[in-house]
Design a protein around this ligand. Structure first.
Ligand code: ZN
Length: 345
């Protein structure tokens, strides 16, 4: 089985401005690196989504506003995070379209996707349309149990909101805790509602959370609950802004830890859709997503030289990492109290 890689030069048009941290060139650099290392398994040219697709996650009024450029400020645009930009509607259609295309393959990666903050009626956190929600809604026409794992440094609030009462989607987000970072949500007490109670799981972490803490939490929480839920496939938001060199978050993941998480994801499900997400260090992003794609397609690239340096660098913060370790312990305890009724962790 081939692992599809969806790409188009049209991704470059999602350009929020010269001083904005979300630079589309990080996608081009990733694509170039994947080609350079001869990893491209199955190339798929990205196509735009339709307006009907958008309506799976967004209101008619919101779609119309983005399309026509009218009344945008009502919908969260015109801010530093979400400026109005040229080709906003058209370029967003390509991001969403590529995520939808992933649904056609056994394994697929859309590095432009993972825009997990966009809400039904609101642009948020650099995100215009929520491709994660649209993709999962599409998948739900065919599947009954979908696992969503979000390792972006920021809480996946838009995705959580869309499936908060839906028991068919097990939503799991590991992120820097809301009291330290945007969007402020993602507490352990947010576990879903109604029929969906117990299928939203949040793992807030403290600044300086490092590889071993991440892996410990992943193994003690994410793996057992996913194994118990038995998803037919997993959708993962693979943001790399938890990396210690990222300018927007305060977490201390290295490429080594990122790799370990990906290897565990790989074992969780044969059917796997990877989406991009955050990541604002222009050197780190292409490496991380090249590594991710190489693991998805079972032809892993060796970046150990790079991460050995990173791990040595991160060790210098050992006392701060200790605080993050105790924070994670208390997250584990409160999460266990919240979800032990639904999962045996
Ligand atoms: Zn993020």
């Amino acid at each position: 089985m081939k692992t599809a890689f969806i790409y188009t030069e049209n991704f470059m048009k999602y350009d929020l401005g010269k001083n904005h941290p979300l630079k589309p060139v990080r996608l081009k650099k990733t694509y170039d690196m994947i080609v350079k290392y001869d990893l491209l398994d199955f190339y798929v040219e990205g196509k735009p989504a339709s307006e009907e697709d958008l309506s799976l996650a967004h209101s008619k009024e919101y779609i119309e506003a983005v399309k026509t450029g009218k009344d945008l400020e009502i919908y969260g645009f015109g801010t530093v995070d979400n400026p109005v930009f040229d080709n906003m509607f058209e370029s967003s259609l390509y991001y969403v379209g590529a995520s939808i295309q992933c649904a056609d393959y056994h394994r697929a990666f859309n590095i432009s996707g993972g825009l997990h903050h966009a809400k039904r009626n609101k642009a948020s956190g650099f995100c215009v349309f929520n491709d994660c929600v649209i993709l999962i809604k599409k998948l739900l026409q065919k599947y009954r149990r979908i696992g969503y794992i979000d390792i972006d440094a920021h809480h996946g609030d838009g995705v959580q909101e869309a499936f908060y009462s839906d028991p068919r989607v097990l939503f799991v987000s590991m992120h820097e805790a809301g009291k330290f970072l945007f969007p402020g949500t993602g507490d352990t007490a947010e576990i879903g509602t109604g029929e969906g109670k117990g299928t939203t799981v949040n793992i807030p972490l403290a600044p300086f959370t490092s590889d071993d803490i991440y892996l410990d939490m992943f193994e003690r929480i994410v793996i057992p609950i996913m194994e118990e839920f038995k998803p037919e496939l997993i959708v993962t938001q693979l943001g790399i802004d938890a990396h210690y060199l990222d300018p927007l978050s305060h977490l201390s993941l290295s490429l080594k830890g990122y790799r370990e998480i990906l290897i565990r994801m790989e074992k969780l499900s044969e059917r796997w859709i990877g989406l991009g997400g955050g990541g604002y260090n222009i050197e780190t992003v292409p490496r991380a997503w090249t590594l991710a794609y190489s693991i998805m397609r079972k032809k892993e690239i060796d970046f150990s030289k790079i991460w050995e340096e990173e791990v040595a660098e991160i060790k210098k913060y050992e006392s701060l990492i200790q605080n993050a370790r105790s924070f994670a312990e208390s997250t584990y305890r409160s999460l266990k109290a919240e979800i032990s009724e639904y999962f045996s962790i």
